[in-house]
Design a protein around this ligand. Structure first.
Ligand code: UDX
Length: 456
């Protein structure tokens, strides 16, 4: 589509087309960004896959377009390399056809396309159509920086020996070899995974990057990452706090009944336990976690996502009579309204896999954490939570005795109280960054101006 042709169309509200990656931890920040851009006067179109389509009724302010992703019948419970590549291939034609139709038939004025870094196929399409694009980074800058550093010189880091696991990763303090931010197989990262991560960390012809983070939180590494990409960057997070809409972005049904249960608990007494939307554990870990929580004698609200225990539908692997043993002191649900839970005064700690959204949501509600990272960016986030921000205890092993001890330390001991004080301070920094003269607020104004000024 020629730029000139687009100029001839009738003046309308400028549209921004969002292309999210269809997993919860990515879809949520993209919809939150959409809500922010809509409140700033843009029309927002969400071009999404059929798989994990968002619930339209929660976002009447957006226009939705469903793309045939060709993945029907696939096991998508974990994003495999094959599925991610196929998603990128299969969505090319549907997105291109849709954008052309928007511009030619509907006469829409497309300001830009914003896409998740995992949906890198978008770069091909926008290049063909000569449209400006912006990449949304849903991860932390810290993670991206560690990934880029290793990708630039993989031979410096890989393979490594077992004896090196606790050694520092060169130039990546405080990370260790065991925190390498890629799936590791036999102490190395297979080339196809490195290749995929190269594609995902490349921004192609994008004219800018948007980040779900805040300068005050990751300033020096954000600057390093910007030096690498050499395009304007806009850290405007935390998106869930910057977004005016509080509508649910959940793909699973939230069990609100846990809020009534929380209402009956003492302030700061409850440990909230959730390992996010993707990771799985085995039945042994489920059982150890159950007894660790029970033996800690702290009230707990535990999200066990259906399918998150390998080989089981839900909680069938729990010991018989477990729920009876814990009685009113514990509550197990399939999926919780997490932001509301973390904001509840009864919640005093969060046992988390350290996904980036969970990390930001926890800091914003002043909740210190127990870190149980499993994959991707989680070990990096856990290291920062425990070593740099000092608001998290790392779970050193998954045996019940270790879980019991760590829960007590966080919820009852002086160390936990110190963490609580630090996370309260961090929250203040975040609040300051969201004020009119704060960094995220200012960056958002700059972003709106930047998008509005893109040549159309
Ligand atoms: C995945 C990766 O695992 C993570 O490391 C990466 O940063 C993003 O993609 P996910 O497992 O989805 O993340 O974790 P996270 O980023 O924390 O996002 C989970 C989202 O689901 C959060 O916004 C959280 O509020 C929400 N959630 C989780 C619920 O609403 N209810 C729940 O019961 C559990």
């Amino acid at each position: 589509m020629e730029i000139q042709e687009r100029k001839m169309k009738v003046e309308k509200r400028q549209s921004v087309v969002l292309v999210p990656y269809p997993f919860q931890g990515h879809l949520t920040p993209m919809l939150q960004l959409g809500s922010i851009l809509h409140s700033q006067g843009f029309s927002v179109v969400v071009a999404h896959t059929e798989f994990n389509a968002p619930d339209y009724s929660n976002h009447p302010e957006f226009v939705f377009h469903s793309m045939n992703d060709g993945l029907q019948g696939r096991d998508m419970s974990m994003p495999s390399l094959e599925n991610m590549y196929d998603l990128n291939e299969n969505c090319k034609a549907p997105l291109k056809n849709y954008l052309v139709r928007m511009m030619v038939e509907d006469g829409d004025e497309l300001a830009c396309i914003v896409y998740d870094n995992v949906m890198f196929f978008v770069d091909d399409i926008v290049t063909q159509l000569r449209l400006p694009s912006i990449v949304l980074r849903t991860f932390s800058a810290t993670y991206l920086h560690s990934m880029l550093t290793i990708l630039q010189q993989p031979e410096k880091y890989l393979p490594f020996e077992d004896s090196q696991l606790l050694d520092p990763l060169p130039e990546l303090h405080p990370l260790r070899f065991k925190d390498v931010p890629f799936p590791v197989i036999d102490n190395t990262v297979p080339e196809p995974i490195l290749e995929f991560c190269r594609a995902m960390s490349d921004i192609g012809s994008s004219v800018a990057t948007i980040w779900n983070t805040m300068e005050d939180l990751e300033n020096s590494l954000l600057l390093r990452v910007q030096e690498h990409y050499k395009v304007p960057f806009f850290p405007i997070g935390p998106l869930h706090k910057m977004a005016p809409s509080t509508s649910s972005t959940s793909l699973l049904e939230e069990d609100d009944s846990c809020i009534e249960w929380l209402d009956r608990q003492a302030p700061n007494s409850v440990l909230y336990v959730s390992l996010g939307s993707l990771v799985k554990i085995d039945d042994k870990e489920l059982i150890e976690t159950a007894w660790g929580l029970a033996n800690s004698e702290q009230p707990f609200l535990w999200v066990v996502r259906p399918g998150s225990v390998s080989g089981f539908q839900w909680t069938e692997a729990l010991p018989e009579g477990f729920e009876k043993t814990i009685g009113e002191r514990g509550r197990i649900v399939k999926w919780a309204p997490q932001k509301q839970v973390l904001a509840h005064p009864a919640v005093g700690g969060f046992f988390t896999h350290c996904g980036w959204n969970s990390t930001l949501e926890s800091i914003c509600e002043e909740v210190p954490v127990i870190c149980r990272p499993i994959l991707a960016d989680q070990p990096v986030n856990a290291r920062y939570l425990s070593q740099i921000y000092k608001i998290g205890l790392v779970l050193e092993a998954t045996e019940r005795s270790v879980i019991e001890k760590t829960v007590r330390k966080l919820m009852l001991n002086e160390e936990g109280k110190e963490m609580k004080k630090r996370v309260v301070d961090m929250k203040q920094q975040i609040v300051a960054g969201m004020q009119i003269d704060g960094s995220s607020h200012k960056n958002l104004n700059d972003l709106v101006h930047f998008i509005s000024s893109l040549p159309s």
